[in-house]
Design a protein around this ligand. Structure first.
Ligand code: BGC
Length: 816
């Protein structure tokens, strides 16, 4: 393919992506914050901040689907004579002499230069702090004195991001602020039930301020030309209702060569109910003062930034690969792991595609996300598993989503997605394989968060398995419920009413015959893990009971789930085949191929190999594997949302990146190293940097979907960042291809490589010990370990048993 324009480049040494043209094909964003306080920031400083929950504790306002798309954010306006400009180019869009945005690990640095003034802003959320730091450095690079007028800008959200955008008859009258020195406090609704406020501070005296948006911007002006800035005169406005904002005004004089730092701080504070006020109507600012005092000098901020960098150094030191292929190494060592942390934190709630209003944490999503993250901070993964399991129902079903702030199941969406319970096993077993911490199984965990209903986590796993067994259909295959992994395959929803939501409408669940082959495969894969777990903890009877159920499922798939060249996808409500050669459209689907092959169902009969050949033949295209083929060309009332999408988009034959790594893993099951890597490479963002104009989303993170071969915009990605693709691709490359696999019994080494690779090294911390692994593939094999030595001693088999923490092992692996 012809080389296209690039918008930046990777700087691997600093673990940054450097954007050099602000007009990227779509806002290319980053996330700040690791726990509690979070921000989204685009390459032009757009985006917003929130505390824990993007819906219920939104701190700054953001308007979705705006014109232009990315509008609103934390903006610095610099007025230098008659020229007004922003370091991030937007919103004024004054052409800059230099522009650069460096997205790094939980920080972003945006630098602009205009008329010999450089403005560089470092944005980050210090560890364990509820605040976003914006360290602005202004430098005079001219030979004369520069006198500049600097305006900062943030727009407050009235906390609940949903009602903030709709309940205007109330909102326009509630806004309240306080101003004290260089700090602007946002205290809307603090007078009543809220015990939290926010503030925007700068560590220098100010010569003016504004807190009322209309006064600052002007009713007929825009962020691009706020009246106060254009006239170089703050209004010192005090917001009463309407839209409170925070803007500082600072006059800056710089000698030739001189530079000055300003530390801006956007903070969030919670107070005890009885300590809310220091005087009638005056908020208690003690905690705010204390937080400001921790970050009010360049030195303190630089120290906090160094701590953040050390934190990421430590996290990314846990797993490091060297293959000699930069595109691959930077994904595995930096960006894919980073994206896993972000998806772990946010599930599918807040991105430039997810509004932060609609969805909380997904049950299945979070269980998958933690698999990409568990090696980094296992204690947080552990807590997450407990939180997720606490939203389960006593029959093993579960809420499909829960709100991060309350940790309560989300009633708007409810339950009934029959794959969900299996994922709890998937997540929990991955945690134990990584940590060896079997004690998690003894944790007492409630149902639906009801105190008094607690049973052990193991019991939750058991009822999860049972939920599948207790909900089998006429072919003894799992009933699908509202949907399985594919939220849009709604086989029990018969809707002709455009006002109904597919996913929450379940018109006919009684008497359904709709069964899922995807759940069947998932049940076998997770079931095998469950059985191994039971054996490990001395529950032989339970292991035997479940093995029988797995064997029966395997038989049912072989008997009723095989179409001749591939696995069927499902049976519909009436018991008719879906994903069969007999079907008019959508004859083959990827999900059941992925799961039934990973489960190795019918391997001896050649089903696994045939299924993968069919994937290559019917699903693969230049940009990855599509979800189904051929695409649906019309709405099918019995199938629901899947057929509502135009051909090639989303679940209707889009390249759903999440399930491509399933095929990678399946190819590895057969030892097909060349194929496994080929499938991996097609959707890997760093390999797509040269087609940014087609691909459009960030070249450093995975999108959820790339338009499939039937789409007019084939190759165009959407929904970047928050996708199960992150965890799954990391799993597929680190475990299926590189073959460094945590198991219940220790670290297994079993690579499956492209034959052209001569070898690679991995350094990996596992259960506290460090393994420096060198794989020698001078034999040019795709699969097969000939010999493993550990500290010079030959190792029998491929599993290295767990070693005492703190030890280091030199592991040499010879393939062939
Ligand atoms: C959801 C996943 C789902 C996938 C496929 C995503 O938007 O978050 O839970 O598996 O779509 O429908």
């Amino acid at each position: 393919m012809e080389q296209q324009k690039r918008y930046g480049h990777f700087d691997d040494q600093h673990r940054e992506y450097v954007i050099t043209d602000p007009q990227t094909p779509w806002p290319w964003i980053n996330y700040l914050g690791n726990e509690d306080f979070f921000s989204l920031i685009s390459n032009t400083a757009g985006g917003y901040s929130f505390y824990k929950d993007a819906k219920f504790r939104r701190i700054t306002r953001y308007r979705y689907n705006n014109v232009p798309m990315d509008n609103g954010g934390r903006y610095f306006y610099i007025k230098d004579g008659d020229t007004v400009w922003n370091p991030g180019w937007k919103p004024c869009k004054t052409p800059l002499d230099f522009y650069e945005c460096r997205h790094g690990m939980s920080y972003t640095r945006i630098t602009g230069r205009k008329n010999d003034v450089e403005a560089s802003v470092l944005f980050f959320v210090p560890l364990k702090k509820w605040a976003e730091v914006q360290k602005l450095t202004l430098k005079n690079e001219s030979n004369g004195v520069k006198t500049l007028k600097l305006f900062s800008f943030e727009e407050w959200c009235l906390w609940n991001a949903a009602t903030d955008m709709e309940n205007f008859q109330r909102n326009f009258s509630t806004g309240e602020v306080e101003i004290e020195g260089s700090t602007i406090y946002h205290k809307t609704e603090y007078r009543e039930r809220r015990n939290h406020y926010a503030f925007y501070h700068v560590n220098s005296p100010i010569q003016g301020f504004d807190t009322d948006r209309e006064t600052f911007v002007g009713l007929y002006n825009e962020f691009a030309d706020p009246q106060a800035v254009m006239e170089g005169k703050p209004r010192n406005s005090h917001a009463h209702g309407w839209s409170p904002i925070a803007s500082h005004y600072i006059e800056v004089t710089l000698q030739p060569g001189e530079s000055k730092d300003f530390v801006f701080l956007l903070g969030y504070i919670e107070n005890e109910q009885n300590e809310k006020f220091e005087a009638p109507q005056v908020i208690n600012k003690q905690k705010a003062h204390a937080l400001i005092a921790e970050l009010d000098t360049t030195e303190k901020v630089d120290k906090a930034f160094a701590e953040l960098c050390e934190y990421w150094d430590a996290l990314l030191n846990i797993y490091k690969v060297k293959t000699g292929n930069d595109k691959l190494d930077r994904m595995v060592n930096i960006w894919n792991q980073y994206q896993c942390m972000v998806t772990f934190n946010f599930s599918r709630s807040a991105s430039f595609f997810e509004s932060g209003i609609g969805r909380g944490m997904g049950f299945r999503d979070s269980n998958q996300d933690l698999v990409g993250f568990v090696h980094q901070i296992p204690s947080r993964a552990r807590q997450r598993i407990i939180d997720i399991a606490s939203t389960q129902f006593p029959d093993g079903g579960c809420y499909h989503q829960y709100q991060p702030l309350t940790k309560r199941g989300n009633n708007d969406i409810g339950g009934g997605f029959n794959d969900d319970p299996c994922w709890l096993i998937f997540g929990t077993v991955a945690y134990i394989k990584e940590t060896g911490d079997f004690s998690i199984l003894d944790e007492m965990v409630p149902f639906d968060n009801q105190p008094g209903s607690e049973v052990t986590l193991f019991e939750h796993l058991k009822i999860s398995m049972d939920h599948v067994i207790n909900n089998l259909g006429p072919h003894m295959l799992p009933l699908i419920g509202r949907a399985d992994w594919n939220d849009c395959l709604n086989l029990n929803c018969f809707s002709w009413d455009p006002n109904e939501s597919f996913q929450t409408t379940e018109n006919v669940s009684e008497g359904t015959k709709a069964e899922s082959l995807m759940i069947a495969g998932l049940f076998v894969v997770t079931g095998k893990d469950y059985v191994a777990l039971c054996q490990k903890i001395g529950k032989a009877d339970e292991a035997a009971r479940m093995q029988k159920a797995i064997d029966a499922m395997i038989e049912a798939v072989k008997k009723h789930g095989w179409d001749g060249e591939w696995y069927l996808r499902a049976y519909d409500f009436y018991g008719r085949k879906i994903g069969s050669n007999e079907c008019e459209e959508a004859k083959i689907f990827i999900e059941s191929q992925g799961w039934c092959t990973m489960a190795e169902i019918g391997a001896e009969e050649g089903m696994v190999a045939k299924s993968l050949d069919s994937c290559k033949k019917y699903l693969e295209c230049e940009h990855g594997m599509v979800l189904n083929n051929p695409a649906f060309t019309k709405y099918i009332y019995e199938y629901g949302e899947i057929s509502s999408y135009p051909e090639g988009y989303k679940e209707n034959a889009g390249i759903f990146c999440h399930n491509n790594p399933w095929i990678v893993c399946a190819e590895a099951v057969l030892g097909h190293g060349n194929r496994a890597f080929e499938v991996y490479r097609r959707t890997c963002p760093s390999y797509l940097e040269d087609i940014s104009e087609i691909h459009r989303t960030e070249p450093y993170v995975y999108p959820q979907m790339i338009a499939g071969k039937d789409a007019p915009t084939h190759g165009e990605a959407k929904n970047s960042w928050l996708t199960g693709t992150a965890a799954w691709t990391l799993l597929s490359i680190t475990q299926a291809i590189l073959g460094i696999i945590p198991t219940l019994d220790g670290l297994k080494i079993d690579p499956c490589l492209p034959s052209a690779w001569k070898g690679f090294t991995v350094s990996r911390r596992y259960r506290g010990a460090v393994y420096n692994i060198t794989v020698d593939n001078s034999a040019g094999a795709e699969y097969g370990v000939k010999e493993i030595t550990v500290n010079g001693k030959t190792q029998a088999g491929t599993i290295i048993p767990p070693a005492p923490a703190g030890e280091t092992f030199e592991v040499k692996v010879v393939m062939g």
